[in-house]
Design a protein around this ligand. Structure first.
Ligand SMILES: [Fe+2]
Length: 270
């Protein structure tokens, strides 16, 4: 068993099954698994897959009982996702991808924090304002491929659809902290057969393939992440711990409007 030390929690990975062992001192609300067949309509190549192969696991709402009231007060939830190793038709395994709903004033959608606990992650971020009004034919206004390494975190900027991609050779394990009431919207991603780019690993190198179901895509910008302790993001310090110590730092999750510039500054184009 390997402890997921970057979480700061008593969470362990069974290296054989790649299932998490969660200490009885923590509460876990639910667990679910997606197999490759569940990703139908989201992969570059649908013919070249093993439909029964595990794809990713989600462990929802993890917290110490003593912290549950704090999570409830803010309306946030802490989950963990494990994207299993291996490729699907040459494509790196990934989450489905989705957009978040708008805040009540419809000025911005909600953001989210992802923290890489093990492995190497790439996040595709695609800015879009018409995913609800024109889900079949969206206009992507801005596009990033962001690499996030173990122990680092990324704030998914409001207004950006996002998917997590396992670009390493082992499992990719990451946590997310998000507003529970935030709507999660999949239709505009499904109707374009995935995000704007597919990521393949060919002969040990990553290759980005543009998704032909999108028109007039902006240039894909490669980026890495910066930290900002004022937003609770300190590399090497667990997000769970940052939240419990200073929950107000994560106000941007519930009230995105004043924080857009500060969040975008965390993406450093390479
Ligand atoms: Fe999300």
């Amino acid at each position: 068993m390997e402890q997921l030390v970057h979480s700061g929690l008593p969470l362990y990975l069974d290296e054989t099954s790649l299932i998490l062992a969660i200490s009885a001192s923590l509460k876990l609300e639910s667990y679910s698994r997606k197999v490759t067949g569940d990703m139908k309509g989201l992969l570059a190549c649908e013919q070249c897959i093993d439909a029964k192969a595990p794809f990713y696991d989600v462990y929802r709402d993890i917290a110490y009982p003593k912290d549950q009231a704090l999570f409830q007060k803010y309306g946030y939830r802490y989950d963990i996702t494990v994207i299993l190793p291996g490729l699907a038709g040459g494509e790196c395994k990934k989450t489905s991808g989705h957009y978040h709903g708008f805040n009540p004033t419809h000025t911005n959608t909600y953001g989210e924090v992802y923290e890489v606990l093990k492995g190497n992650a790439l996040y595709i971020l695609q800015k879009c304002g018409d995913f609800e009004s024109h889900p079949d034919r969206v206009k992507i206004e801005d596009l990033y491929a962001v690499r996030v390494n173990e122990g680092q975190s990324i704030i998914i900027p409001p207004n950006y659809g996002h998917a997590s991609i396992n670009i390493g050779y082992g499992p990719l394990i990451f946590s997310n902290l998000a507003l529970i009431s935030c709507p999660v919207l999949y239709d505009a991603i499904k109707s374009h057969q995935g995000m704007a780019y597919y990521v393949f690993r060919e002969e040990g190198r990553l290759r980005f393939h543009q998704n032909p179901h999108y028109e007039d895509l902006p240039k894909l910008k490669n980026a890495v992440v910066r930290q900002n302790p004022a937003l609770g993001i300190e590399f090497g310090k667990p997000v769970y711990q940052s939240f419990v110590e200073n929950p107000q730092a994560f106000d941007f999750l519930a009230n995105p409007d004043p924080y857009i510039d500060a969040i975008m500054e965390l993406l450093m184009i390479t």
